[in-house]
Ligand binder design. Structure first.
Ligand code: ARG
Length: 459
């Protein structure tokens, strides 16, 4: 048991207590951040004359050798250390002796762990942003190819009006774009450096916190040392943003599962992204989409968990906060995996265009347009609604579509109908006429696609 605080104790820690308290099994994940933070701290201490240049160099070299040895597997991070901070410091002292004992001057593990977690989270946010951008690029590619691919749009999972595949994918583009913006926002708000806050009350050394912050790429130091060591708001914000990403992925998964069903057959999930059944030879299951939908609960769990952990903690640092790590790591890993897999599944998925068009034709998705036709010929909308209702009833009875009715049949229900009704209610017309910005008409869609392209160029 290697720990940093034996001095005032007269007894060994009970083994169970030690294990319960230790965090090395999971905080070893940020050994690099711990070393990076320590290097910046030491550079600052030397600049302020608190360490000599020689001590600084010894420590920097020692830290770098630890980093390299961990990376190439020569040095293993074992559970004999309480946490990653103890591991780095103990190994440094082993390697360089007395100078190593000065590393922790003007620092506490409280500001150290606050820094490590921020450094780790910051780089993960960047990685997550990259994965969201990959998803956006894939969606945009599908949109560009499908501004004229007609499919039914649904409300209440009932066929409603014709839209295009580009339009449907465009809805997801909006969602993931907001996710991207949220991540960017969180990064901006969290990018202040807690190091130099000490245990809670700053230190008596003449630290240059602005310099440390600058070395580590922060916008500046945090402004209250108590808040610095006990702030986990940025993790709550991140868990919330990740929950929203998962909610979007889960809705998308649900649609893919429905679209891939034998009844819909709108899409074919590629074999490489499907799985079979151990008993039913005909099965090709959408397991990836189902797993993404399922893992959503786990990320929501992380959000609820950290909110609950933080709610009763008095200022400043309390050990409860060690509980932030496992769940945040798990949520980040989960979301990264889901984003990458979903994008891959989307990129290899085939859209069954004929089937989508067919489905559109046989669901009265052009009924609103038939009513609009009557309105354009002077019939008040409420009356038009009633007339088209009768047409639909007639068609249901005959098992035909509105397009299959003869003009005589139309005229029997309303004399206002003329030959041009067929053009007015063709699926193409229904879509093409909807060109207000945000609507599925190809003209409107192309304008939106140009805006999306400009957004992605900035990413
Ligand atoms: N393992 C701790 C954590 O994750 C590090 C900080 C410990 N500080 C302390 N005073 N015990 O929060």
């Amino acid at each position: 048991m290697a720990q940093l605080w034996g001095g005032r104790f007269t007894k060994e820690t009970d083994k169970l207590v030690y294990n319960f308290n230790a965090s090395i099994s999971f905080d070893k994940r940020f050994y690099e951040q711990d070393i990076q933070g320590s290097k910046a701290h030491v550079m600052m201490l030397a600049k302020q004359g608190i360490l000599t240049d020689d001590e600084k160099q010894q420590i920097l070299d020692g830290l770098e050798s630890i980093r390299k040895d961990v990376e190439n597997g020569k040095l293993e991070i074992t559970e004999e250390y309480e946490d990653i901070h103890s591991f780095v410091e103990a190994n440094l002292i082993d390697r360089i002796g007395d100078a190593g004992k000065k590393l922790h001057t003007g620092r506490s593990r409280n500001d150290q762990v606050a820094l490590d977690m921020k450094l780790y989270t910051r780089s993960e946010i960047t990685a997550l942003q990259g994965l969201v951008v990959d998803m956006l690029r894939e969606l945009l590619a599908i949109m560009k190819d499908n501004t004229e691919t007609i499919m039914p749009g649904f409300t209440h999972l009932q066929k409603a009006q014709p839209i295009t595949l580009a339009h449907h994918m465009g809805a997801y583009f909006e969602m993931f774009k907001r996710d991207h913006m949220r991540l960017k926002d969180i990064y901006k708000r969290m990018n202040t450096c807690p190091l130099g806050s000490g245990a809670l009350a700053g230190t008596t050394y003449d630290l240059d916190r602005a310099y440390t912050a600058e070395l580590l790429g922060f916008d500046g130091p945090t402004l209250n040392s108590m808040d610095s060591v006990s702030d986990r708001d940025y993790l709550i914000e991140l868990m919330s943003a990740l929950s929203t990403i998962m909610m979007h992925l889960s809705r998308f998964s649900e649609e893919v599962i429905i679209w891939n069903s034998n009844e819909y057959q709108f899409v074919d999930i590629d074999d490489s992204y499907s799985t079979g059944s151990s008993i039913m030879p005909q099965k090709k299951n959408p397991d990836i989409a189902e797993l993404v939908r399922g893992k959503t609960g786990r990320v929501y769990g992380a959000l609820t968990s950290i909110l609950t952990t933080m709610k009763g903690i008095p200022l400043a640092y309390n050990k409860d906060m060690q509980e932030d790590k496992e769940l945040v790591f798990d949520a980040i890993d989960t979301v990264k995996g889901c984003l990458a897999l979903f994008t891959g599944m989307l990129a290899t998925m085939k859209f069954n265009k004929e089937r989508m068009l067919e489905s559109c034709r046989h669901g009265f998705t052009n009924a609103t347009d038939a009513a609009d036709y009557l309105v354009n010929h002077g019939v008040p909308f409420r009356d038009a609604h009633g007339i088209v209702g009768k047409l639909v009833l007639y068609c249901i009875d005959k098992k035909i579509a509105l397009d299959d009715m003869s003009l005589e049949e139309y005229k029997e229900i309303s004399p206002v109908f003329e030959e041009d009704i067929y053009d007015a209610i063709s699926m193409e017309t229904c879509v093409n006429k909807r060109n207000t910005i945000g609507a599925p008409g190809p003209e409107a869609m192309k304008k939106v696609i140009a805006l999306h392209e400009a957004y992605l160029e900035e990413c």
